[in-house]
Design a protein around this ligand. Structure first.
Ligand code: TRP
Length: 478
């Protein structure tokens, strides 16, 4: 019988949900261009080392905390040490802020998928704007709000469905579909002349960036790794809390980063070669996912261009939804657990509605400030502070305030996330003791093979690694 909190139906279902949380816009949007512009293969090496020595340990720590206490973030800290309950609240707040901008981006992805669907049937999916659509969309408040709302509703409905009936069910279908779509696109792109330059851009070992700015590469890789693995805000603890005691935590903590990295690399093998083959600058950075990719599919031309465009944005949509549901669940579970602790019904549906509604409101400025391009329906933070678009162009405006998205991102990903994860590793390494993780790993009769390795990770490597991320993030945002 499923208990009141909810639980996964199987380890496979848990893995699909957890990998789904990890695989998101970060993999498809961020990873390819960050890897390409930070040393290619050399960046990958740094990324893999960080994932192996910091990512896997923090993943295991979060999963163990959640499953041990059978609680989501706040409840878990409450049970382990009341004093540190603020870390749980940090995490929750962080997930809250990330979800607000994540859903705005998700809405835009949805709009692109629909645009290609219309185009496939001969209509004009781009409001007469052609490849200039991105710039137009940002200023079209009606569309921005509508698709932001639609994406938020999709997320809400799945989370309302519960752990097994909503999140697990959706992820178990969506994740295999995502992998299949990605493969189709990779193969199609690989057959196009010129694609090879894209692979070269991503994979060519270039140790110059490492020599010139090792710290810069390290912080980019570390920040990307943390965001991509959904660490540092208790989402994984919450997912772990729904996992059966007999399942192997240690193995799961390795499988999730493995697939997350694999999909990121696959995305790199689709996005960059596509740009190379169809004459689009792949150094475009953040505009890549929208403006550049639309040009790729336009240059591909005809029905096949529209079809590939649809498949691509549909795949990105899946990736975004499986991540957004984890972010919403992280917060909703806190309220559910609080109700249960008071002896009441969890009231998941009501909690989901309240939280999703609040997040929607908080995200409205993100949807309406045209990502800081100036003169939009809602002024960007820098405009409120009296800076102008000219100051922005001249680089006088700190990144943290150049648009609402970056402001939220800087607070959450930049500060709360590394800080929370750092405190957690210190607590596990030095206060609660690594015994906590050991007991939990061994709970299902599994041997804790890498005990010594993880001990060193929790005590030294993870806290130091996270301190570096924290300092670097603060530096890069201000
Ligand atoms: N990992 C997701 C991505 O790569 C984003 C994400 C989802 C996330 N849930 C999270 C990030 C929880 C941090 C914490 O796009």
């Amino acid at each position: 019988m499923e208990n009141k909190r909810g639980s996964w139906g199987s380890n496979f279902g848990f893995l699909m949900a957890a990998v789904g949380s990890a695989v998101g816009l970060g993999n498809i949007w961020g990873f390819p261009y960050k890897m390409g512009s930070n040393g290619g293969f050399a960046f990958l090496l740094v990324y893999l080392l960080l994932a192996a020595f910091v990512g896997v340990a923090v993943m295991l720590g979060e999963l163990a905390m959640g499953r041990k206490t059978g609680q989501s973030t706040v409840g878990a800290y409450k049970q382990l040490s009341e004093k540190f309950v603020f870390v749980g609240y940090f995490g929750t707040l962080c997930g809250f802020l990330i979800l607000s901008f994540y859903s705005v981006l998700g809405g835009m992805v949805l709009r692109y998928a629909i645009g290609y669907l219309i185009a496939m049937f001969g209509g004009d999916g781009w409001a007469g704007q052609g490849t200039g659509f991105f710039g137009w969309l940002l200023y079209d408040s009606g569309s921005m709000l509508l698709f932001y709302a639609l994406f938020s509703i999709i997320t809400l409905v799945i989370v309302m469905g519960g752990v097994k009936g909503g999140i697990e069910k959706f992820s178990s279908v969506a994740m295999p579909a995502l992998a299949a779509l990605l493969l189709i696109i990779i193969i199609y792109i690989a057959c196009q002349p010129g694609a090879v330059d894209g692979y070269k851009f991503v994979f060519k070992p270039n140790f110059e960036p490492l020599k010139n700015d090792f710290f810069g590469v390290l912080k980019t890789a570390a920040g990307q790794m943390f965001f991509s693995l959904s660490l540092g805000m208790g989402v994984m603890a919450t997912y772990g809390s729904y996992l059966d005691k007999k399942e192997n935590l240690q193995k799961n903590a390795v499988i999730i980063p493995f697939f997350d990295t694999l999909i990121a690399l696959m995305a790199a093998c689709a996005v960059m070669p596509a740009c190379a083959a169809f004459g689009v600058d792949f150094g475009a950075g953040p505009g890549l996912l929208f403006a550049s990719m639309q040009t790729v599919f336009a240059n591909m031309g005809g029905f096949i261009g529209n079809l590939m465009g649809f498949l691509f944005y549909f795949l990105v949509l899946i990736a975004a939804v499986t991540s957004s549901i984890s972010l919403l669940e992280g917060t909703v579970a806190v309220l559910n657990d609080r109700n249960i602790a008071k002896g009441k019904e969890p009231a998941r549906k009501k909690n989901s509605l309240i939280i999703a509604g609040l997040i929607f409101i908080v995200g409205i400025p993100v949807a309406l400030d045209a990502l800081g391009s100036g003169g939009a329906a809602v002024p960007a933070p820098y405009e409120l502070l009296g800076f102008t678009v000219e100051d922005l162009g001249a680089g006088l405006v700190p990144v943290a305030i150049d648009c609402w998205l970056d402001l939220y991102d800087c607070l959450s990903e930049g500060i709360f996330m590394p800080l929370g994860a750092m405190i957690m590793s210190i607590l596990i390494g030095w206060v609660w003791g690594t015994k906590l993780v050991k007991e939990e790993v061994e709970a299902g009769g599994h041997t804790y093979k890498a005990a010594k390795f993880f001990e060193i990770c929790f005590k030294f490597i993870a806290p130091i690694g996270l301190l570096i991320v924290l300092i670097a993030q603060i530096q890069s945002f201000f």
